[in-house]
Design a protein around this ligand. Structure first.
Ligand SMILES: NC(=O)c1ccc[n+]([C@@H]2O[C@H](COP(=O)([O-])OP(=O)(O)OC[C@H]3O[C@@H](n4cnc5c(N)ncnc54)[C@H](OP(=O)(O)O)[C@@H]3O)[C@@H](O)[C@H]2O)c1
Length: 274
């Protein structure tokens, strides 16, 4: 079984660099997908309250027999629950659904700048971290201005910013800021939800290495230092996406993928989502 490399977060907690995302998997199908992923060797699972599948994740974790200390579980606070007390209640609800007494990473799902509640929300995450119920805390979809404001007004630097990041949206400004501030970059929709799998530059690199296009893209993320959380409900793809540690992209391969950045988002713009 493959050993996935780990990234050490700014508080010393280690996160597997490649994990399994469960966005858009119905709760009743989630346990099967997560069980397949755990059997394949994944140890990090990324869910969110809004995905409605924390119970399915919890069932798979419980039946896996894998010691809790070997698992890394991330969930996220949904938008309607922002605010200090609301966050603490929402966190309790997520833990209950997951069947856990702590998570490894808890994230604010979106900044929602127009609602302006993320500073109060962050104070609740700081408390959850201090109480040991979230081993690390971070944010998702935060733009540079949101990160700067958060850091000016709080004690803990987010361990992670989970952002949309793939060959069409390479986020060089945010990645540079993260590197400067000690924030790990976690890529969501790392495969652009499949949109770049047929790109001729990607398929040519894949052919040259005898790998699949998705594996080339995941390898590109890993070589950039990103944490990645590809999603699939297809057992062969779940296994394929973890089989990315036996080849290396050349500088030319990386340059060809870098050239695909055209700013296309698959999801909402964090500055305007409210
Ligand atoms: N923080 C946020 O706001 C946010 C937003 C979106 C996503 N996320 C997280 O990021 C995770 C991944 O993002 P995502 O689910 O949006 O998209 P993704 O991982 O980029 O792509 C998933 C899509 O690609 C297909 N796929 C996966 N592996 C493949 C392979 N080897 N070959 C061909 N097709 C493949 C899947 O199909 P099948 O499933 O049919 O196999 C699915 O349609 C989510 O599950 C979630 O945990 C976070």
């Amino acid at each position: 079984m493959t050993t996935t490399p780990e990234v050490t977060l700014n508080n010393g907690v280690r996160i597997p660099q490649l994990g399994f995302g469960v966005f858009q998997i119905p709760d009743e199908e989630t346990a099967a997908a997560v069980s397949t992923a755990l059997e394949a060797g994944y140890r990090s699972i990324d869910t969110a309250a809004v995905y409605g599948n924390e119970r399915g994740v919890g069932r798979a974790l419980a039946s896996s027999g894998i010691p809790r200390g070997e698992l890394f579980v991330t969930t996220k606070l949904w938008n309607d629950d922002q605010g200090h007390d609301e966050t603490l209640r929402a966190f309790d609800a997520s833990l209950e659904k997951l069947g856990l007494d702590h998570v490894d990473l808890y994230l604010i799902h979106w900044p929602l700048p127009a609602r302006d509640r993320y500073l109060d929300t962050w104070r609740a995450l700081e408390k959850l971290h201090a109480d040991g119920r979230a081993k690390a805390v971070g944010v998702s979809n935060f733009q540079p201005a949101h990160l700067s404001r958060l850091m000016e007004n709080s004690d803990i630097v987010p361990a992670v910013n989970q952002i949309e990041l793939h060959p069409q949206l390479q986020q060089s400004e945010l990645r540079a800021l993260h590197a400067k501030q000690g924030i790990a970059t976690e890529a969501w929709s790392p495969l652009a939800q499949g949109a770049v799998l047929q790109d001729p530059a990607i398929t040519a690199i894949a052919e040259a290495h005898g790998k699949a296009p998705a594996q080339v893209i995941l390898r590109w993320h890993l070589q950039l230092g990103n944490v990645v959380i590809p999603k699939s409900v297809t057992p062969e793809r779940i296994r394929q996406n973890l089989d990315v540690f036996d080849f290396t992209l050349s500088d030319e391969d990386v340059a060809a993928i870098t050239a695909l950045d055209d700013g296309t988002r698959t999801g909402p713009d964090p500055d305007t989502l409210n």
